[in-house]
Design a protein around this ligand. Structure first.
Ligand SMILES: Cc1ncc(COP(=O)(O)O)c(C=O)c1O
Length: 390
């Protein structure tokens, strides 16, 4: 077992930025009032929550009224999809949900449940071998009977970036609500909702060095959404529950810092990512990059290795001191190839051997160089062991 441990799973979660923690701490204790209360403690909390809402709105190019705080990216996805699907059915009798086979389960399982339990008609738009949705695939099927279109901005497993601005323009032309899951994208890609042409957009703070337990849903003014968590009229009536003041502060500060530092971090990430991709492709046999070669998240390198068990690979890398992933964090431990890899056309012998390496603010180039020495040996050891077993 290596004594040094290197974290290379920033797509699963990121460590909280110390500046974010510092901003949050006073509000854990002092700003305990309920923002809905009319007394001074309540007003103090409300001022803090509303100032954070404005910070998020500024980052997204939106109005504060269009920002809804949730508990995580999954909840934002649920509110967007369920809320818009039910509203569209009630208001204009629209019953089709258009999404893709490469969504995070927070969208895909929600869409499946809306179809199974609530009678919506679910259609998965085709993706190419890199996991991208071509705008023509959307324009050829969209119509007035579509309740909501939801397309992931940047894929968590394979890093591919979708042409959200173009896809959004098609939805706008047809006046159909358009949601994007930007949970992975927010730390690295432009998130101006006007440029992206989105009506609904999900974020989760723990992916951009903020705290866990807090997410954001952008809801464009005029977009019809029914609440999924009913109760009080918090969050413009879209999400009941007393707002979590310290987490909201942390989310806003994390996004503010991310926007300020994004370009310089991305430059460093791309260098590490491209080094990983080129050396793995050159030095390891039966290895393939998954996702788009260039139109991908700056920090994201993902591969499949033929005839390798991805879980054994992760365990061996962990023993060597490297924390990586085989796809989304939720997939780890699952013996089947992921739905995303199957949608890209990988068969079982390839799809079972997936590896995702995601770098972040604390990744050192020396760590990547050592990993690039360790990885070919680990793969060859696993293949030799498997040949002996066969
Ligand atoms: C693309 C994407 N959407 C949604 C989620 C869910 O976010 P959360 O973990 O904040 O619920 C994730 C988390 O991995 C993700 O990568």
């Amino acid at each position: 077992m290596s004594s040094k441990h290197v974290y290379l799973d920033y797509a699963a979660s990121t460590p909280i930025d110390e500046r974010v923690l510092e901003a949050m701490l006073p509000h854990m204790q002092d700003t305990f009032g309920n923002p809905s209360s009319t007394h001074r403690w309540g007003q103090q909390a409300e001022a803090v929550v509303e100032s954070s809402r404005r910070t998020i709105a500024d980052a997204l190019g939106s109005s504060p009224h269009e920002i809804v705080f949730t508990a995580c990216g999954s909840e934002s996805d649920n509110l967007a999809l369920r809320g818009a699907a039910f509203a569209s059915r009630t208001n204009r009798d629209a019953n089709r949900i258009l999404t893709t086979p490469v969504e995070h389960p927070a969208i895909l399982r929600t869409a499946e449940q809306l179809a199974e339990l609530h009678g919506f008609h679910l259609e998965l738009l085709p993706v190419d071998e890199c996991g991208r949705v071509e705008p023509e695939a959307l324009s050829s099927t969209i119509g007035q009977d579509v309740a909501i279109v939801s397309i992931i901005y940047a894929n968590n497993e394979i890093g591919t970036i979708n042409p959200i601005t173009e896809l959004g323009a098609i939805c706008r032309q047809h006046e159909i609500p358009f949601h994007t899951d930007a949970v992975q994208a927010a730390s690295q890609l432009p998130i101006d909702v006007q440029e992206l042409n989105v009506d609904l957009m999900s974020l989760g703070a723990h992916k951009f060095y903020g705290p866990k337990g807090i997410g954001v849903l952008f809801v464009r003014a005029g977009t019809q959404v029914v609440p999924t968590l009913t109760g009080g009229s918090h969050e413009h009536g879209l999400r009941a529950g007393t707002p979590n003041t310290p987490l909201i502060v942390g989310c806003a500060e994390a996004l503010r810092i991310t926007m300020e530092e994004r370009d310089s971090h991305n430059l460093a990430y791309v260098e590490l990512r491209d080094r990983l991709i080129s050396i793995v492709s050159e030095e390891i046999t039966h290895a393939r990059l998954t996702g788009h070669p260039t139109d991908r998240l700056p920090n994201h390198a993902s591969f499949v290795f033929r005839d390798i068990d991805g879980n054994q690979l992760l365990a061996a890398l962990d023993l060597s001191g490297y924390a990586c992933s085989s796809g989304s964090a939720c997939k780890t431990g699952d013996p089947e190839p992921s739905k995303v890899l199957l949608a890209l056309g990988f068969d079982r012998p390839w799809g079972l051997g997936s590896l995702r390496i995601t770098v972040g603010r604390h990744t050192k180039s020396d760590d990547i160089e050592v990993l690039l020495k360790v990885l070919p040996d680990v793969i060859s050891r696993l293949r030799t062991a498997q040949d002996k077993e066969a």
